[in-house]
Design a protein around this ligand. Structure first.
Ligand code: GAP
Length: 498
């Protein structure tokens, strides 16, 4: 992760927000390359999920909506995380990410260990338990360390579990509910009637507009409404770079189906569609797994949820949630707004409140997944034939921030420069391309490899003196071949837009 964060900063993908003031925890800014990558991911999703499908409509709703929407959806009362404070260090943890266990030697509890969730948590806890046993000079067998999260702690344990910050017991509070929605005030009044929320998901904007789209569009069941937009959550522990931040962006679909439809089959279809899309933007199929939520952990209205998990640098974590939410949301809005949410199904001649399947994906998490999959270190020969290590980002051409770089072989030969500039300007009309004339050609290739530019195009003397062909270099294999300008354009079209 550190290497990816470093590369992102060095090459202008992602910066900590408000960095000149020391940064602002949980907020990130996207620099010149980051914004291109981000836009390309969103455009690919929009094209594949909305424009290339006849059954999905797009929407762009406001970030601040009527506060009653959040009462109806259950967010005002229920959108919170259990948190625990360390009174001494003033650090705050999510209770379900703080793990603890009693240290039991020969049947007697001689202390407790605690650890913040991480891939090595078991190992760390076992080592800490062995230290406690050694310090206590207690003879006998150390029983296996069985970690539980802090939401499962009992009141009599609060004073016994050590704070991960200080290593000492007695400073942790009981788990308390912490509201995740950011509040603001709308209008000139400063009292409670002015309280509004920054949306914590884009989904409710879809439900709130469902009726408008049914009434004004030509949709028929099954159909979906898709939205891309910012969401805000006052996360207790924003961490792992852009994986969990306080301001992020979501790409969500609410796919409305008949109550009598085979929702299990449609759920499966959506899971497969989502996996295929992730693979299409360059994530290896082997790095995506499915986490099926057990029935006893589902929200009361939910029929099923499967999370698509990705192997991030900090472990296997949720990337895309695909949930079957029944008719809960529309019924809640029907009840709270007094407006009917029924639809007339032409095919079955029935009137009903549809059920919904919700694929919900974070833009920033997708971007981190894409960076993780693309980040590669290999060895290639330099200009002098000496093998050197190189860092490259193997982005799919579909989402790469810069699609191709155009190089005149030498910058002091006007005829090469002129020809390269002409090609650059031609390609620039269609794609984000880059022109670079400075430095040795090998160095120029490396600079582009590091930002993931898939193709290098070099104009040399053969181009101007012989047949007009250019050298086309592949980022991943470093292989070069000569192509005509027409072949080049056709190839780029296939690779980038295909
Ligand atoms: N409407 C359903 C919903 O919002 P969620 O599982 O809370 O469900 C959906 O969020 C997706 O949004 C997640 O799978 C993740 O990709 C992204 N996401 C959620 N919280 C995030 C955060 N704090 N930072 C970055 N991405 C987040």
């Amino acid at each position: 992760m550190e290497e990816i964060v470093g590369l992102c900063k060095r090459r202008g993908f992602i910066f900590p927000s408000s960095e000149i003031y020391g940064g602002y925890n949980g907020f990130y800014d996207y620099g010149p390359l980051g914004v291109e990558l981000r836009n390309n991911i969103k455009q690919a999703w929009w094209r594949d999920m909305v424009q290339r499908r006849d059954d999905i409509e797009g929407l762009d709703s406001t970030i601040i909506m009527h506060p009653d929407i959040w009462k109806a959806s259950g967010h005002v009362d229920g959108f919170s995380d259990p948190m625990v404070d360390c009174r001494e260090s003033k650090l705050r943890y999510r209770a379900d990410q703080l793990f603890f266990a009693p240290v039991i030697v020969a049947g007697e509890t001689i202390g407790y260990v605690s650890v913040v969730e991480c891939p090595q948590q078991q190992e760390i806890a076992e080592k800490a338990a062995a230290d406690i046993k050694r310090k206590a000079a207690k003879q006998g067998t150390l029983e296996p360390i069985v970690l539980k999260d802090y939401t499962e702690s009992k009141p009599e344990e609060y004073d016994l579990v050590p704070s991960p910050a200080t290593g000492k017991p007695g400073s942790l509070t009981a788990p308390r509910e912490f509201k995740l929605m950011f509040e603001t005030k709308v209008g000139p009044l400063a009292d409670d009637s002015a309280v509004a929320y920054l949306r914590p998901e884009t989904a409710q904007g879809i439900f709130a507009n469902y009726k408008n789209i049914v009434d004004t569009g030509r949709v028929k069941i099954p159909f979906g409404i898709a939205q891309i937009g910012k969401a805000f959550r006052n996360e207790i522990t924003p961490r792992n770079f852009i994986f969990r931040s306080r301001e992020f962006e979501q790409m969500e679909i609410e796919y409305f189906i008949a109550p009598s439809a085979d929702w299990k089959a449609l759920h499966r279809e959506w899971i497969d569609t989502c996996i295929d899309w992730l693979v299409s933007i360059g994530l290896p199929r082997a790095s995506i797994t499915e986490d099926i939520h057990p029935e006893d952990k589902l929200a009361f209205y939910s029929q099923a949820t499967t999370d698509l998990m990705f192997q991030f640098p900090h472990g296997e974590q949720e990337l895309w949630g695909v949930a079957c939410r029944g008719d809960y949301d529309l019924r809640q809005h029907q009840e709270h707004s007094g407006k009917s949410m029924t639809i007339f199904d032409e095919a079955s001649k029935e009137k009903y409140v549809p059920h919904v399947i919700e694929p919900s994906l974070g833009v920033d998490r997708t971007l981190l997944a894409v960076l993780t999959a693309a980040y590669t270190i290999d060895e290639v020969p330099n200009d002098k034939g000496k093998v050197e290590e190189r860092t490259l980002l193997k982005f799919s051409p579909k989402i790469a921030p810069v699609k191709a770089a155009i190089f005149p072989l030498l910058k002091n030969k006007p005829e090469l420069v002129e020809r390269a500039q002409a090609l650059y300007q031609k390609l620039q009309r269609r794609w984000n391309v880059f022109y670079d004339a400075s430095g040795a050609i090998g160095r120029r290739y490396r600079r582009q490899d590091e930002i993931g530019t898939p193709f290098g195009i070099t104009i040399d003397f053969d181009t101007i003196e012989k047949d007009g062909t250019v050298t086309l270099r592949d980022r991943d294999t470093c292989e070069q071949r000569r192509v005509t300008e027409d072949e080049l354009i056709q190839f780029l079209e296939e690779q980038i837009d295909g």
